[in-house]
Design a protein around this ligand. Structure first.
Ligand code: KIV
Length: 261
């Protein structure tokens, strides 16, 4: 059965943890969907892992829609959530409606994700939800604000900053978000937020007490040239590809491939 936003909320009630990953093309989406992931995010991290940018900021709405359409074709079961890129929703709720509307109509996504909290983003979330668009929030280290933070730094370390993030989480839930990504915040803060909310929290670099976890798939597979300290690399595909391609080149040059008839 295909996973819906309502299933994720039910999973939290039942204490069933949610496994999420990112995807940027048809083949990755197909592989991770078939492996049983609950939630696939077409995150704007694709700007860095698929398009080679240093940050997520240059990504356009057309680019993420292009990738999301390919991901959609690879998914049969997981819930698909697509990021709204930098400056395609921050200007006004109307701009967010237009961008989210395009994502939903053109890609077949079941929800959109946007970064930021109280007060401006909570109003935008409420407007999208009223229009029938499920929204996942994203707070803590929000990579679209990397230049404001002065780098990809942990957020919510001081008591004041932690309270602010907790308030944002509550405001986003009240605005109607069905789930929240908590990125790179202290584990005790993520625990407080997860206990306070009825919607599921999906952590990345936020400790073990969230209602689910997400990783950038390129980090999990060991494909990325750089990955954050909290990422776990389960295999080294970069090395596997390197070895396979070297062997192929040698085989061609030494006439071992194709085999002579
Ligand atoms: O852009 C992204 O891939 C994300 C997830 C890692 C949460 O936002």
């Amino acid at each position: 059965m295909a996973v819906t936003t309502q299933h994720l909320i039910r999973y939290k009630k039942e204490g069933r943890l949610i496994a999420a990953l990112t995807a940027w093309d048809y083949l990755t989406a197909q592989a991770i969907d078939q492996a049983g992931v609950d939630l696939i995010m077409v995150g704007d991290s694709l700007a860095m892992v698929a398009l080679g940018y240093d940050t997520t900021l240059p990504l356009t709405l057309d680019e993420i829609i292009h990738h999301a359409k390919a991901v959609r074709r690879g998914i049969q079961k997981a819930l698909m959530v697509v990021d709204l890129p930098f400056m395609t929703y921050q200007e006004s709720p109307e701009q967010a409606m237009r961008s989210a509307g395009r994502v939903m109509k053109e890609t077949g996504a079941q929800a959109v994700k946007l970064e930021g909290g109280y007060p401006a983003m909570a109003e935008t979330v409420a407007r999208l939800v009223q229009a029938g668009i499920p929204v996942m929030g994203h707070i803590g280290l929000t990579p679209q604000s990397v230049h404001q933070f002065g780098g990809f730094r942990q957020q919510g370390k001081s008591a004041v900053a932690a309270e602010r993030i907790l308030e944002e989480a509550i405001a986003l839930e009240q605005a109607g978000a069905f789930s929240l990504v908590l990125e790179h915040i202290p584990a005790d803060l993520a625990l407080r937020i997860s206990q306070k909310l009825t919607i599921p929290t999906i952590g990345i670099g936020a400790g073990a007490h969230c209602d689910g976890q997400v990783l950038v798939t390129a980090d999990l597979l060991g494909l990325s040239s750089w990955s954050p300290p909290f990422a776990k690399t389960y295999t080294n595909l970069r090395e596997t590809i390197f070895q396979a391609v070297q062997t192929y080149c040698t085989d061609v040059k030494e006439q071992r491939f194709p085999e002579a008839e």
